[in-house]
Design a protein around this ligand. Structure first.
Ligand code: ATP
Length: 296
């Protein structure tokens, strides 16, 4: 009798054995420590008293350390060839999780193993706003492991893909957020990275750019890389991802097929009100209907 297939696999067990992990996140916490303000006082008397105490302490104790638990006990395994959307409300820990996977923030607890080089690290860490787009293409391309000659060979493609045209000769600080995001995306994907991480970059492009970037993400997936995409656009996650992670207050609430997880997330969002009908201005003349022509 054939052994039962493990749950969560596509069909045959042969396919399951081909799944190679690219990222393993195990029990990860990320806690920020921030200097917070003193607590608000309850009454005028207390206020005077605390002011008096504060003067004698020379303000030393007025600032308190606060902690923000941005990611709490998150675990999952990502595989080569997957495109994983990270969804959730503002402040739910999506970008922090991505930055931790990219190695930009150390986890406070738990461990992250990565097979390969994540590209968010390579490009975003090195691009410099004072340098022109052209210089940044070289700096970013080399940070991804390309030689100068390889960057030169791909230069035109990168500029064309980003659609920034002549702006490539201007400093990046003069770019619109959309232009900068498109150039970052074009550089990040110039060398098929082992792990591509996209944080909202696609949200800023126009329809044409979105279509082209979707095609490029698909190409990268085909080369057995892993793509992570943080997005507030549920449509983008549905289009580009086969799997989704739903973060809520730092906790991984759901992990599964993108369509199912996005649908479950959407069900918790407030329903959008239909747009209000425009009011007819009181002075506007009422439409007149011409009399129907009489038959000749
Ligand atoms: N550098 C930081 N220092 C302190 N707290 C931070 C820092 N960065 C993020 N946080 C806090 O950590 C929590 C998670 O933030 P994060 O940016 O990861 O959420 P997000 O889901 O990506 O949000 P958004 O959708 O708004 O971009 C929030 O409470 C945020 O205020």
């Amino acid at each position: 009798m054939a052994a039962p297939e493990p749950p969560g696999t596509d069909s045959a067990s042969a396919a399951a054995s081909e799944r190679r992990p690219s990222v393993i996140v195990s029990g990860v916490d990320v806690t920020y420590r921030v200097q917070g303000a003193k607590k608000a006082v309850a009454s005028v008397e207390e206020d005077d008293e605390s002011l008096f105490r504060g003067l004698f302490r020379r303000g030393r104790d007025l600032a308190t350390m606060q902690t923000v638990e941005a990611v709490k006990d998150v675990s999952f395994v990502a595989y080569h060839g997957e495109s994983i959307g990270i969804i959730g409300r503002n402040g739910s820990g999506k970008s922090t999780l991505l930055r931790a996977i990219a190695g930009l923030i150390p986890p406070t607890k738990g461990q992250i193993w990565i097979s390969g080089e994540p590209s968010l690290l390579g490009v975003n860490a090195v691009l410099m706003s004072k340098l022109t787009g052209e210089r940044n293409i070289y700096v970013g391309g080399q940070a991804l492991g390309l030689s100068r000659a390889q960057v030169r060979a791909r230069f035109e493609d990168i500029v064309e893909f980003s659609g920034i045209g002549e702006a490539v000769h201007r400093p990046m600080q003069t770019y619109s957020s959309g232009q900068a995001a498109r150039l970052r995306f074009a550089i990040s994907t110039a060398a098929a990275p082992d792990i591509l991480m996209i944080d909202e970059a696609l949200a800023t492009g126009d329809a044409d750019f979105k279509e082209r970037s979707a095609a490029r993400v698909a190409e990268i997936r085909e080369q057995a890389s892993t793509v992570f995409l943080v997005s507030h656009s549920n449509a983008t996650v549905r289009d580009l991802c086969n799997r989704a992670l739903w973060m809520e207050k730092g906790v991984l609430l759901a992990d599964g097929p993108a369509e199912e997880v996005v649908a479950a997330y959407e069900a918790t969002l407030p329903k959008k009100k239909p747009p209000a009908k425009p009011k007819t201005p009181p002075s506007a003349p009422s439409p007149t209907i011409p009399p129907a022509p009489k038959d000749a």
